[in-house]
Design a binder for this molecule. Sequence first.
Ligand SMILES: Cc1cc2nc3c(=O)[nH]c(=O)nc-3n(C[C@H](O)[C@H](O)[C@H](O)COP(=O)(O)OP(=O)(O)OC[C@H]3O[C@@H](n4cnc5c(N)ncnc54)[C@H](O)[C@@H]3O)c2cc1C
Length: 338
Amino acid sequence: MKDVIVIGAGISGLTCAQQLKQAGLDVSIVEKSAGVGGRMATRRLQGTWVDHGAQLISVKSDDFGRFIRKLEDKKIVKEWTRNVYQLSSSGLRPPEADNRHPRYCCPLGMTAIAKHMASELNIINNNRIVGVSHDNRKWQLISDRQEILETSAIVSTIPAPQFLPLFEEVLSTAPNFLQAVQSVKFAPSVTIMAGYSNSYDIPEEWQAIQCVDDPILSWISHDSSKHSDRSAQPVFVFQSTAEFARQSMEEADLEVAGKPLLNQAGRLLAPWLASPEWWQVHRWRYALSEESLGVSCLSTAVPLALVCAGDWCAGKNIEAAYNSGLAAADSVIDLLKN
Ligand SMILES: Cc1cc2nc3c(=O)[nH]c(=O)nc-3n(C[C@H](O)[C@H](O)[C@H](O)COP(=O)(O)OP(=O)(O)OC[C@H]3O[C@@H](n4cnc5c(N)ncnc54)[C@H](O)[C@@H]3O)c2cc1C
């Protein structure tokens, strides 16, 4: 039996598992996908790679700053830009002076961070947790491969709406914990990755653009500017607003769901952006937390040791997820001592 099983190999799960391993505990991560990184996602396509989840990393806290500096020393992370331009109905404008802080990226794609962290951890991939039960001493996690994993404590780092159907029943004796998770709301997003001809001039200001009041687009970035090989084909990433994603989430044809984003980019910046040489669509049902809990993590000893962690506990970004992973490790260590 394991001391701790962490569900999810996103940044919060990996951070938590690293801390637990350092503390000498026997820990495994169970992850439903073949890879690691969760919403820090990179897709390999057309001979290049594109970030289709998280786009950039900002740093506010000391702990996270130290973590990013170490990754910078290892050349996994580099500063990408200090200028996220704002696109509104009055046009494209540079950020205010107090918003010109470093934004980091990974030249080999966001998943490079997760791969680096995963290298010394025990991760069971392609294993989706589909059921949870317990006796008076241990948890049992049941996977879609019909495997049963036994553990003294669980750290769950999956988005709150995906946690609830798994744990609702076993948490009937912890109603406050359950209520807190139920209050978390997530917004969806549609992402387009699109490649263009090398013949276009791409202004520096298009590197990273936040769309301020557009009903369809929330984000445009020149993703290939993150890589060192500037002769490669230009690739852009477009992300939708939550409102647009809600309307197109159930559309069966992905091209129909995604085309309005390209058309809107063409209208807002340059007509050629509407006609890429190739493009792909990814839909995120749970992209960003809209209302988070304002706590670093959530823990209960009833019925047994359980901690929830992830961006949605304390915020909506990579830094919040990292800090939540750190807090979850401390929390589960305390629970196991008692
Ligand atoms: C489109 C988009 C753009 C974003 N842009 C930014 C940005 O620019 N900057 C920023 O800081 N943040 C951004 N974010 C948010 C950022 O990606 C997240 O805050 C962060 O990655 C969350 O990490 P996490 O570990 O909490 O969760 P996740 O990364 O979601 O990790 C959870 C893991 O659990 C796994 N899982 C789920 N269910 C199960 C199950 N039943 N069994 C086993 N495994 C399971 C998932 O596969 C996943 O790997 C963006 C997110 C999206 C989607």
